[in-house]
Write a protein of this length. Sequence first.
Length: 229
Amino acid sequence: MSRRPFMRRALLVPALAALVSAAIYAGACGHSHDDASSGTSSGPELDDVIYEGGATDEALIVLLAAEPKDEPSQGTVFDAPEDGATLPGDAAPALAFHIAGAAQGAGPAPALRLATGDAPGAREAGAAGAPAWAELGALLGPARAARAHGTPVNGRAYFLVFSTPEREGLLRVFTTKLTYTPDAAAWDKLRAAGAPITVGVINAVFENNRIVQGGGPFTGAPVTFSVAP
């Protein structure tokens, strides 16, 4: 299987189950996120997702409902680890990446802005070109907007999916940061995989938890690494 289809499957297969379950919305309304710390979602299909940097499950649901785009300049490129690297197992490494169209170390590329101006409903419309069923997914549970919890995501956010050939979605992280260091529990999960691990990133530009027009989601270039015993 080529790397691109592998990445798309790893990102989208777990997402499909999430989108067909309205229970995600009902369960998530009672959950809160702390901008300064990580957390996990309360929706049953996203229970394993780790949130960092103030990322919210509302934004993640919108991201998973949209069709990813393959635009190299907007996708992510890993700075660490290198593809094919074997990492020591005694300490969790810091994974780092950047937007391909931005200078390395200069932060994310400038956020794309809404092209629809202040037209009624523009902010709720989501990403341009999103399929109709995706828009319906974003609109389910209309009372949710009035009870949205946590500070909405504004700017770019990144969904990392770690997978092995035997298990897609071994570890999933949604963050607004360009780095991720697994905590002890997450690192133990990766160490115990017993096989090479591929990590891919899908990113999007958000305004109030909705993807701006032309803001993605965008697929990035995955890397594969192993963890030494």
